[in-house]
Design a protein around this ligand. Structure first.
Ligand code: ZN
Length: 92
């Protein structure tokens, strides 16, 4: 198996420790709290937004509930992007 960078390795070994669903509006799929959302919806986001979330994400923030301001801003911009770009393809 190829060796993942530490942050990626951390995320992929996280489990479903509590109820936590994908952050895509309306998606109820359960995903580990260390992940933003389900695979399908994550890859619908433009790469620059995914990169911002990934860079701002700090391993453990899902446990101590203290994401950085950068993360919160990126997460807000993701929701704005979804709202602007999916109105024509409902329902998801
Ligand atoms: Zn989803």
């Amino acid at each position: 198996m190829p060796t993942l960078p530490p942050k990626a390795a951390y995320v992929v070994r996280q489990r479903q420790t509590r109820q936590h669903h994908c952050h895509w509006p309306g998606c109820t799929r359960q995903v580990p709290p260390a992940m933003w959302g389900c695979r399908e919806h994550w890859y619908r986001l433009p790469k620059p937004l995914r990169d911002r979330i990934w860079r701002a994400y700090r391993p453990g923030q899902e446990a101590d509930q203290r994401p950085s301001r950068e993360y919160l801003e990126a997460a807000r911009d993701v929701q704005a992007w979804i709202a602007e770009n999916t109105t024509k393809e409902l329902p998801l």
